[in-house]
Design a protein around this ligand. Structure first.
Ligand code: NI
Length: 192
């Protein structure tokens, strides 16, 4: 299983490199990789597993964070209403994005970044992408397009950036980290 010792950190040159497409159909090795990446994300948010293996909680993980330059992303994250969504993505490709921006008021975090960075990271509020979606239950791959908005859009873009060698801290406004452009609105989670 993947633990934090497998996660490479800021300063490692692999995090600056672009990932390459994964061969379809998936090799056994690649299939096992996406499964264990999804497992990490699930385990990291499970209090018992988290404590037992000292995992840092994450809503997403990209293969380059393991030093593997392959276009693979694991996401398990809630939308603003608290509904959980699971995406095991192979070869995602961003097709379009909105002019309107959004950001997390608490800032972003990353397993590969150990320092605090409380800049606002403004990203398109809506994206459309295509990818091969791996179904954890059936083991089937399906190529489809998907639109995401708000928090899920931000999570997707954060992970997608990893495939292009970009960390969220690279996107921070260095001179004015809390700058808010006119076309950016904060993500609002609904209270239960
Ligand atoms: Ni990250």
């Amino acid at each position: 299983m993947i633990t934090m010792k497998d996660v490479i950190r800021e300063g490692n040159p692999l995090l600056k490199q672009k990932s390459v497409d994964v061969n379809i159909p998936l090799s056994k090795e690649d299939e096992e990789l996406i499964i264990s990446m999804m497992e990490y994300v699930y385990n990291s948010c499970d209090p018992e597993m988290n404590e037992k293996y000292d995992l840092r909680p994450a809503v997403g993980l990209a293969a380059p964070q393991l030093g593997i330059l392959k276009k693979m992303i694991a996401i398990v994250a809630p939308d603003e209403s608290g509904n959980e969504h699971e995406f095991a993505l192979i070869n995602p490709k961003l097709l379009s994005y909105s002019d309107e921006l959004t950001y997390l008021e608490g800032g972003e975090g990353c397993l590969s970044v150990d320092r605090a960075c409380d800049a606002y990271i403004h990203r398109p509020a809506r994206v459309m992408f295509e990818a091969y979606f791996y179904d954890l239950k059936t083991g089937k791959l399906e190529k489809k397009r998907m639109k995401l908005k708000g928090y899920l859009s931000v999570v997707f873009q954060h992970e997608y950036d990893h495939l292009n060698g970009i960390l969220f801290v690279d996107r921070a406004n260095k001179t004015n980290p809390k700058f808010i452009p006119d076309n950016s609105k904060p993500i609002q989670f609904k209270e239960n």
